[in-house]
Design a protein around this ligand. Structure first.
Ligand code: 13P
Ligand code: SF4
Length: 365
């Protein structure tokens, strides 16, 4: 996806030190008062996260945006697809802003609307036009893909409701075509007890996704082969190493991790679920966590009475989430206070209407 170019900030922003930036953001927030809502995903860095009005996983933030009817400006400290969803779910008079336009999501970029539309047609030609196939897209996808899914009778899902939405999809049709995250799809199908030989991978760019028409006819769930570069860094070997070192450690991972990692873990779930599990565990509990490093480090700081570690010995950082820096947050707020809108994220009306069908379906399910 080509995003609009991010403007260079005036030098004065880079020159300002951390305490001054914090002070100025706090002052701008006070000035904009209840016209403003700052939403922050759990992967945001601390110096941005501290300014959030609402923090959450993708589902919680989508709901917060949908219910914030009275806020004129929604500054979304997250990635592009999240800001798009917020724009779709808010009123026409509300303005959604992404502080740095380069904050995309590599997984969402792996499923372009055109290539998915082509694959969809190819699949239908192979299995027969009369076959009812339900498309489901993870919220980590472009508004255009959500619109395609809405148009074809499908739904959006997030990491906290993927199993429920997949169950719904299989109740509506004979097959589900799941985008863009292979691993969330595979982990959810396994949790529902769908046999492995009924779950098929569609490899982008290959005729019939690299499958035979017979195999596609038999499959219940067809998975697009997208993935998250951050969560792919966790391995089953990491789990075994932690268990050898700390036999009483508990392992919790995000469902974007590979199947074998989820299988070796004790629990898996969305960022919100990970936070809840750690919070609800007793003092002295030990955790190895397979998700983005900013969230793991925050949990370690919030729970000094527990042993909190990253599952991987390496820093698994989402570099696009990390693009949202206090300098950019302040810059968008300074502009708002001066009556200028910068970095607005808008989804055209037709796309928004169709994408909304898929998003509303999820909120209903
Ligand atoms: P959550 O919905 O669990 O917050 O995950 C979003 C995401 O992008 C994880 O990589
Ligand atoms: Fe996308 Fe992965 Fe970053 Fe989540 S962690 S926003 S899926 S690249």
């Amino acid at each position: 996806m080509t995003l609009p170019r991010q403007a260079d900030l005036p030098d004065s922003y880079a020159a300002a030190g951390e305490p001054a930036l914090t002070e100025r953001i706090v002052a701008r927030k006070a000035e904009l008062a209840d016209r403003l809502l700052i939403l922050c995903h759990h992967y945001q860095q601390e110096t941005v996260f501290a300014h959030a009005d609402v923090t959450g996983d993708s589902l919680k933030l989508a709901r917060a945006a949908a219910s914030a009817r009275d806020r004129r400006f929604i500054v979304f400290c997250g990635v592009h697809f999240m800001a798009e969803s917020a724009d779709i779910l808010t009123g026409a008079d509300q303005i959604v802003i992404l502080p740095d336009l380069r904050a995309g999501c590599s997984m969402a970029d792996m499923a372009g609307q055109e290539e998915v539309a082509e694959a969809w047609q190819e699949l239908l030609d192979a299995v027969g036009q009369q076959m009812r196939i339900i498309p489901i897209t993870y919220v980590n996808s472009s508004a255009r893909l959500k619109a395609l899914v809405g148009q074809k009778g499908g739904s959006v899902c997030t990491s906290s409701n993927a199993e429920r939405v997949l169950t719904w999809g299989l109740g509506q049709g004979e097959k589900v075509f799941f985008f863009p995250d292979e691993h969330l799809g595979r982990n959810s199908a396994a949790a529902l007890g769908i046999p492995e030989d009924e779950v098929l991978l569609w490899r982008r760019g290959k005729p019939l996704g690299g499958n035979s028409a017979a195999a596609l006819k038999k499959a219940k769930v067809i998975l697009w082969n997208g993935y998250c570069t951050v969560h792919m860094q966790f391995t089953a070997e990491h789990v075994r190493q932690w268990r050898a070192k700390e036999p009483d450690i508990r392992v919790i991972v995000h469902p974007e991790c590979r199947r074998e990692v989820v299988q070796e873990a004790d629990i898996y779930g969305s960022t919100e679920r990970i936070i809840q599990a750690v919070r609800d565990s007793p003092a002295g509990a030990k955790w190895a966590i397979g998700t983005e490093i900013n969230l793991v480090n925050r949990l370690a700081r919030l729970h000094p009475d527990k042993g909190i570690h990253s599952l991987s010995p390496f820093q698994c950082l989402c570099s696009t989430m990390y693009r949202i820096k206090p300098t950019y947050l302040l810059w968008v707020l300074d502009n708002l206070a001066a009556g200028r809108i910068v970095n607005r994220i808008t989804v055209d009306q037709e796309t928004a209407a169709q994408a909304r069908i898929a998003l509303d379906r999820m909120l209903e399910i």
